[in-house]
Design a protein around this ligand. Structure first.
Ligand code: PMP
Length: 359
């Protein structure tokens, strides 16, 4: 028998492993999971019925073209079906974007810290990540990002609001940035948390895409729409980008359950967005509560808050977990805390207050 193992791509050596938010302990007295930016509400009754109905037929492959969902999205956003592509969550679509644009020798620019999948999927594609530090205020440094563009740049992610800081870029600065980016570089506006934005100065990426052929918008059903477990996201992009995304999708990747649930969710949008409104209210309460306690918290437009705890990150996460709230630590940097149900937010506020007083 040979001693050598199968040859794997060298690029994979540098690929960090995606760390999912920790689950809440099953055996504790109370445990709330505030570690994955999920929606705390259970599925809406109408959505659940559609999923149960779809489950009767999971011996069959799903509709590979996602016809019903694509038509619904085209109507909803006022875009041609040919400008749409779906995938297994928006992270799946992000991977399709990289497969469509970037390979060895190419560069992908994004802010850092930002969504932790960006370096992973960039390296998997073989391209080189170019990470541009956030400003001191935890916001995308769009001038520095434009400066980082070279003739090797193929794709730029702008995460708006940014995960994990919750900060946003506004219309004027984004337009100024886009004016500086060459038209053959694809700019991806990752708007996973779009529905939580209340700042009127933050532009809707779909409006920007209409004017700019090198802009693609990434959206998901995982957050506001509460379908994280079903894995469905989509992009809105001009041809030929959207066509390339459909080509690079995993065949049959979006299940019929996910497709039908997404359609039902779009039709139950009023109710779902009412829930989002309640979470936005809770966000204000948590933000103001933390600021009042003495924490420095960047202004957030997402369903989470960011505490830059530095060396105390692990301690804070451990104290929270003991108290019954699981948060998302980024060791040495800070903690991201999802806005959850009222009791979870209360518990978090209480724990944060005690932690600060003991410091
Ligand atoms: N983009 C951002 C900024 C995110 O925070 C997330 C989820 N953590 C995603 C994309 C991917 O979400 P999903 O694959 O569930 O759509």
């Amino acid at each position: 028998m040979s001693e050598t193992s199968p040859k794997l791509r060298a690029e994979l050596d540098g690929v960090p492993t995606y760390k999912p938010g920790k689950a809440a302990a099953a055996d504790g007295p109370v445990a709330y999971k505030l570690s994955s930016n999920e929606n705390p509400y259970p599925p809406l009754p109408g959505v659940m019925e559609r999923v149960v109905a779809a489950a009767q037929a999971f011996n069959r492959y799903p509709d590979m073209a996602c016809t019903g969902l694509m038509n619904e999205l085209a109507d909803r956003f006022g875009v041609p079906v040919t400008h749409l592509a779906t995938g297994t969550g928006s992270v799946g679509v992000a991977q399709q974007l990289l497969q469509s644009t970037s390979g060895p020798g190419d560069e992908v620019v994004y802010a850092w810290r930002s969504f932790e999948a960006y370096p992973i999927i960039t390296r998997i594609s073989g391209a080189t990540p170019v990470q541009v530090p956030l400003t001191a205020g935890e916001v995308h440094d769009l001038d520095a990002m434009a400066d980082a563009v070279t003739d090797r740049t193929r794709l730029i992610f702008v995460c708006n609001p940014n995960n994990p800081t919750g900060t946003v870029v506004r219309r004027a600065e984004l337009e100024r940035f886009l004016d500086r980016v060459p038209s053959d570089v694809l700019v991806v506006l990752d708007e996973a948390y779009r529905e939580f934005i209340r700042d009127p100065e933050v532009p809707d990426g779909v409006e920007i895409y209409r004017e700019r052929p090198n802009v693609a918008v990434l959206r998901t059903f995982s957050k506001a729409y509460g379908l994280a477990g079903l894995r469905v996201g989509f992009a809105i992009a001009h041809e030929p980008v959207a066509a390339a995304l459909r080509k690079t999708a995993v065949p049959f990747g979006v299940t019929q359950l996910a497709q039908d649930a997404a359609v039902a969710s779009l039709r139950a949008e009023d109710e779902l967005l009412g829930r989002v409104g309640a979470l936005v209210g809770e966000r204000a309460r948590v933000y103001e509560g933390l600021v009042k306690q003495g924490w420095s918290v960047p202004e957030t437009q997402a369903n989470f808050v960011w505490l830059r705890l530095g060396e105390r990150t692990a301690d804070f996460a451990a104290v929270c977990e003991k108290a019954g709230v699981v948060v998302r630590p980024f060791p040495g940097e800070g903690v991201r805390i999802t806005i959850g149900e009222t009791e979870a937010n209360d518990l978090l506020l209480h724990t944060a207050d005690a932690f600060l007083k003991a410091m």
